[in-house]
Design a protein around this ligand. Sequence first.
Ligand SMILES: *[C@@H]1O[C@H](CO)[C@@H](O)[C@H](O)[C@H]1NC(C)=O
Length: 479
Amino acid sequence: MASSSRWSSLRRAAAISLLVIAFLAATAHGTQIDAQKPIVSAKSRRHPGLTVLGYVTPWNSRGKQLVENYRHKFDMICPVWYTVHAVDQDYEVRGAPPSDDDEAWYKRLQRPSTSAGGDELEALQVVPRFILDGWDRDDFRNLIINTTRWQMLSDRIMDVVVNMNYDGVVFESAATHLLPLPLTTLSDALHTDNKILVVVSQPIRSLGDTSDPLTAQQAAMMEQTNRLVLEALPQLSVLADYFSIMTYDMTGPGGREMNRRDLPEGGKMAQAAAQGNMREPGPNTAADWVSENLITFVEGTDPVIAKQQQQFQLNLKDGSPPRKFLLGVPLYGYKYPILYAEKSTGKLVKPTPVQNSSPHHAMMTGAAAPPLRHTLSQDSIAFLRAAGEPVLASDIVEILKEHRPEILKSEPEKEYYYDYEPVKGEGWWRVYLPTGESLGHVLDTINDVVEDDVSYIFGGAGVALWEVGQSSEELLAAL
Ligand SMILES: *[C@@H]1O[C@H](CO)[C@@H](O)[C@H](O)[C@H]1NC(C)=O
């Protein structure tokens, strides 16, 4: 279904090729602006009711400038600066703002400001991430069973938070679902100091309906993760002000299972797909999946359920906890090495270039040039030949400039995708990238759930963007 509609859209791609130019125009020209004077009006938020958290990593440091240019689009900024290690009998926090500039930057964000247009800009909350790094099973167990250690973990993190005057913490670990009790101490310490706790959580993934042994095993693992995440929610929701839910890589490096409905029954391709051997590239995220996750988290943290599940005598306060859910949205694309095959025969096929009829075309290069067209048999489909990898907005622009591929839109996700061959004869790749439209679609869908307050009562929702340094300006403008 999804694939065949993508292929029919390949046929009517000419109209969409204009998007290449729009995308290049939106991302390619760098803006050098006074760091303290954001360019856009302070009132231009698409959904002012949705909280926006932006992650900023030291390895894509242009994120700092983008945050300042678009600071009216954010409520919270999470610099990815700290790791927490279990050493000897104690815990050690490592990390710091990488430079004096970074320190000045986050302090600037914490103060109100005015935009270039004279609009007032509110202070942002700066909540750095603390991730439990390199922890093994024993490290987690030693923490869980020992209340002295709950206090030690809380103290080490709070030392940094108080010293640096941060507004709170984003807490992440590989097994946070095991940590509701240890985190009570950190949560109390933060709240006593009027600071906030954001807990990072795995998303809930839905299971495929296939019954073969390999995928059944994968399905069992997925089910197990879902169950662990859901079981811990009621307790964690009492401690956390926000959840940052990692709904980033819906498809991820391994691609997604090929939809067998796209393939002729009984054919080679269908057989391979049935054995779980056919993976295809796919969009990075989808609004439906994101809103399903939101609803699952809202229902999973219902205060009534939370009270019923109080098996650890957690000190639940009266009234519903201020549960807020930030749904992860990727600001990067993914590129996948692909092969093409005929759906009916499974025979490998290659795209062949189409000669452009107009003599002008041959002379045009760069963004203004028309896309290079390739044809494939109508019956063909793309599948993964190896794992995919993330690709930055800046790389995407380079690829577009150099290869001028046709850009197509995936439905219903509204992400763009295109195919290109980095080196002639060495294999094709497909890139999926988020767009202002796909991001807007996710925001609209989250907003629908928030406004549906008859069915769902909770503290609010928003997005967590990973991560600002990989973004294009077009994406931030769409917030
Ligand atoms: C709890 O942790 C502290 C600090 O590491 C340690 O000194 C103490 O022996 C531990 N207690 C138990 C019962 O393991």
